[in-house]
Design a protein around this ligand. Structure first.
Ligand SMILES: Nc1nc2c(c(=O)[nH]1)N[C@H]1C(S)=C(S)[C@@H](COP(=O)(O)O)O[C@H]1N2
Ligand SMILES: [Mo]
Length: 344
């Protein structure tokens, strides 16, 4: 995985309206993106914020040191990222794919319908209430979330439906937010909740699902550096279809764990029951670890379709992040078969 630090801006929260927070944020993202791209190319790559790729301009992947032709990659905004591939050498998915092929059941169960339906979803002002078993409960506004140093993280996203993408997220480690509220020793799990906005989300009228969307992590999983809260992608603020203004990204687990548009985070002592555990406990479990050896009851998980590619590729254990996360599941009594689907 590529981790590139970016410097955060400090906006005095008392002096700004939510709208200006958003605008400052856009400017920040663009500025940060440009300087990162210039560094990535060793000064060779001209800063470019246009959505068109510049054919033949080379950029260096900081993780692997390998060079790639920007023009050969489908990136919509090459100037806004520090690399054109993930650390395995696979190209980033295009901005177009990432923002038009979405799972977000609050809007629609059709992936292509989400973006147009979510277009006017209001993402500012926004608050995330963090509480439960903590010493310092706090409600974070957008400006508080943007005050965390924003980093670029290029991660694979593997959906349980067996498709995948490589996405250049912008965000910050979840651990930073959790440390700020100081979980007590009784806290064992983190429970996340998505907004339930009946006015703007046509899908929540569906009685088929137990809204709101809820997900959870064990506290030690949540503290792992790979778990981030994302505020953007391709150097731009998140669009509503990707979970604006703030969503979780846990790349070693199936995509449904990466809950969107979070309004509530609670530290709890028992395993939270997610929307998917309630709706289909035999198919979707709490851990949901990406595991090519454990099939979904209705399809194989051995391979996946990378969006934008022909054919299929092999699915990697923990989605290719075993070195960073395998220790979390070392317990000899731990049953990864169960962990991948239902149960503990
Ligand atoms: N609130 C909410 N979060 C959600 C979902 C959803 O329907 N509602 N879908 C999940 C699934 S199944 C996947 S694969 C990812 C997709 O994220 P993306 O659309 O940004 O690629 O979001 C996850 N987070
Ligand atoms: Mo998914």
């Amino acid at each position: 995985m590529l981790i590139k630090k970016r410097t955060g801006i400090e906006i005095p929260s008392s002096e700004i309206t939510p709208q200006s927070v958003y605008l400052s944020r856009r400017q920040f993202m663009r500025g940060a993106a440009l300087s990162t791209a210039a560094i990535a190319a060793g000064g060779v790559l001209a800063a470019c914020s246009s959505p068109e790729a510049e054919p033949g301009v080379s950029s260096t992947n900081l993780a692997t040191g390998s060079s790639t032709e920007v023009g050969a990659v489908q990136t919509a905004m090459p100037g806004a990222v520090s690399a054109t591939t993930d650390e395995l050498g696979d190209p980033l998915n295009s901005f177009e794919d990432i923002t038009n092929y979405n799972n977000y059941y609050e809007f629609s169960t059709s992936k292509e319908a989400v973006a147009p339906l979510a277009k006017d979803f209001p993402t500012a002002p926004w608050q995330v209430e963090v509480g439960g078993l903590v010493n310092k409960p706090k409600t974070f506004g957008l400006e508080d979330l943007m005050a965390f140093e924003q980093e670029e993280r290029i991660y694979r996203l593997r959906c349980v439906e067996a498709w995948s993408m490589v996405i250049p997220w912008v965000g910050f480690p979840l651990s930073k937010l959790l440390n700020e509220v100081e979980p007590t020793s009784a806290a064992k799990f983190v429970r996340f909740e998505t907004i339930e906005d009946r006015e703007h989300m046509p899908g929540v009228k569906s009685p088929l699902f137990p809204w709101p969307y809820v997900e959870g992590l064990r506290l030690d999983e949540a503290m792992n550096d790979l778990a981030i809260l994302s505020t953007g992608l391709y150097g731009e603020p998140l669009l509503p279809q990707n979970g604006a203004p703030i969503r979780l990204v846990v790349p070693w687990k199936y995509g449904f764990k990466s809950i969107k548009s979070i309004v509530k985070i609670d530290l709890v002592d028992t395993m939270p029951e997610s929307l998917w555990m309630k709706s289909a406990p035999n198919e979707y479990g709490f851990y949901a670890l990406v595991n090519p050896n454990v099939d979904h009851p209705r399809w194989s998980q051995a391979t996946e379709r990378r969006i934008g590619e022909f054919g299929r590729r092999e699915t990697l254990m923990f989605n290719g992040y075993a070195d960073q996360v395998a220790y979390l599941y070392d317990d000899p009594n731990y049953d990864t078969t169960q962990a991948t689907r239902g149960g503990k």
